[in-house]
Design a protein around this ligand. Structure first.
Ligand code: SAM
Length: 509
């Protein structure tokens, strides 16, 4: 085999880009909260310590710069080469530095290339590996170069190569092959070909001096923890005793956890089906099954037939907390892509309205419902309005409301390692204000004695416990038992993201 060909990556991250794809809309809702109230109804009958470096990771503008829109020229590279994958991953990293989410960036890169599936897998894998260590790569790059490499593609490519070279135990790619292929990738694109010599020199020097350079870089918290400094400080303030462990957990690759659809199969029988397909897995929740090794969804037995969905174990707690009875009217108020909507329908014969202000994301609920052969009313609309004349609500109160409100997503960073670089320090308060407006509006839509479940995937108290306390006070809501702040865990069978749950009941009077 050609030594430069992509070999099977040992630690693939197949969950990326799957049904838990992160949400640029979380960000955009914070930045443009004044979206017009809705609109059409879609009915589905479905069926900073080193300032120079910190600056390079500072918040990006929302619009991609022209050099980021640069069309890559893959034509001189073999489609199954590591050089091809490095060029694609480098462009994706450059786009994230410029404000795109990683899944968005990867889909743009894929749209530009005719890469075969294994190369796409490698591009995605390298991009996610890089994202999990991009703070260190940036600090190293600053130490290895006299000025920031330009254009962004060159910077992104160097970050990818350095991240792969920084892997000491069981590296994904042979280090000398990585250097050779990074130089080939540089030479293949006219916009960066001039820097071939520099790339070669920087990467070879890193290999020679790796230990010294890495230990020097790690004196900088940006490199050591791989989070923006404001994020580290916010974590220290919120969790003074275990902030280091929480930050470290966020840099680990996530597991692939499935929710077994009990309408179709029992957990026991599904585990048996996996075993018959030589797939090792364990049960980590009432209907949560974690695969020992993540797999692309099209290789998961029964996925297309709706036996299972991809959903983190902590997220699987939402639907059961609502204490559903057959025949109830349920509003899932921030519903897309519909993970929790579908779970509601799997556990009871309820009538669900799934609302989201993002029509495109709403389509993903329709796809999920269809795969699972479930049915809901899909509604484009703003959860902050609805009780008014021009709102989307028909005026009939709901028995149950699920409010999985937009948030910073600070509890799910292991799945979305790009989020921390896309957030701004002001996002937490902005999103908390937006969510408070949503919650107050939804409360009017709940029947007396009805229950509302607040969910966030945040670790910041402003979005979670503080929000719950303030909401209960404003609305005289009764607070019922719920898990509260669940910290991200990855020990034994406790393997979950960091979510927050607060359950409220409306008084009858
Ligand atoms: C945390 S995600 C929901 C995840 C979903 N519940 C699930 O389990 O798959 C938050 C959702 O809120 C939506 N959203 C944000 N602001 C909104 C608003 N004002 N009205 C309705 N939906 C909104 C976003 O588009 C996003 O899809």
């Amino acid at each position: 085999m050609d030594k430069n060909k992509i070999r099977v990556v040992k630690k693939a991250s197949p969950t990326v880009g799957s049904t838990t794809t992160p949400s640029k809309p979380y960000t955009s809702s914070a930045r443009s909260p004044a979206r017009s109230p809705a609109q059409s109804s879609v009915r589905s009958t479905p069926q900073s310590q080193a300032p120079s470096v910190a600056k390079t990771l500072a918040p990006r503008p929302d619009t991609l710069r022209p050099d980021i829109k640069h069309r890559l020229n893959f034509s001189s590279l073999k489609p199954d080469s590591l050089a091809y994958a490095l060029l694609g991953a480098g462009q994706a990293i450059a786009m994230v530095r410029d404000g795109a989410s990683l899944p968005q960036a990867l889909s743009q890169v894929f749209a530009q290339s005719a890469a075969p599936a294994p190369t796409r897998g490698a591009i995605q894998d390298i991009a996610y590996r890089t994202m999990r260590g991009v703070g260190q790569a940036e600090v190293l790059l600053a130490a290895l170069t006299s000025k920031a490499p330009e254009p962004s593609l060159l910077h992104g490519l160097l970050c990818c190569a350095l991240s792969l070279l920084a892997e000491v135990d069981d590296p994904a790619y042979d280090h000398f092959t990585t250097v050779d292929q990074a130089v080939t990738a540089t030479g293949s694109d006219l916009s960066i070909a001039h820097a071939k010599g520099m790339v070669n020199a920087v990467l070879r020097r890193f290999l020679r001096e790796r230990d010294a350079l890495t230990s020097e870089a790690n004196k900088n918290p940006l490199a050591l923890w791989n989070y923006p400094v404001w994020w580290i400080e916010q974590m220290q303030a919120a969790y003074p005793h275990d902030w280091q462990a929480i930050l470290s957990r966020g840099n680990q690759p996530p597991p692939l956890t499935l929710r077994v659809n009990q309408r179709k199969i029992s957990v026991e029988n599904y585990l048996q089906l996996l075993s018959e397909n030589n797939i090792q897995a364990s049960c980590i929740g009432p209907v949560a099954v974690r695969l020992d090794k993540p797999l692309p969804v099209n290789q998961i037995p029964g996925f297309e037939q709706g036996l299972v969905s991809v959903q983190d174990a902590a997220a699987q707690l939402a639907a059961p907390l609502l204490d559903l009875q057959d025949g109830m009217r349920v509003l899932d108020a921030c519903a897309a892509p519909g993970g929790k909507t579908c779970h509601l329908l799997e556990i009871a014969d309820v009538t669900v309205t799934a609302l989201d202000h993002d029509a495109k994301r709403l389509q993903r609920i329709a796809q999920n419902l269809q795969r699972l052969q479930l049915s809901a009313t899909l509604q484009v609309g703003d959860a902050r309005v609805g009780a008014s004349v021009d709102g989307w609500w028909d005026g009939q109160q709901f028995d149950r409301i699920l409010a999985d409100v937009p948030c910073t997503a600070s509890g799910i960073v292991r799945r979305h390692p790009d989020i921390r670089w896309l957030r701004r320090v002001t996002d937490t308060d902005q999103l908390a204000t937006l969510s408070a407006d949503i919650l107050d509006n939804l409360w009017q839509m709940l029947r007396p004695d009805g229950k509302l479940l607040l969910v966030t995937c945040s670790l910041w108290p402003q979005e979670s416990e503080d929000q719950a306390v303030a909401f209960a006070q404003r609305n005289q809501a009764i607070r019922l038992t719920a898990p509260g702040q669940l910290m991200p865990m990855a020990t034994g069978n406790e393997d979950r993201d960091g979510l927050f749950y607060a359950l409220f009941q409306k008084t009858c009077g």
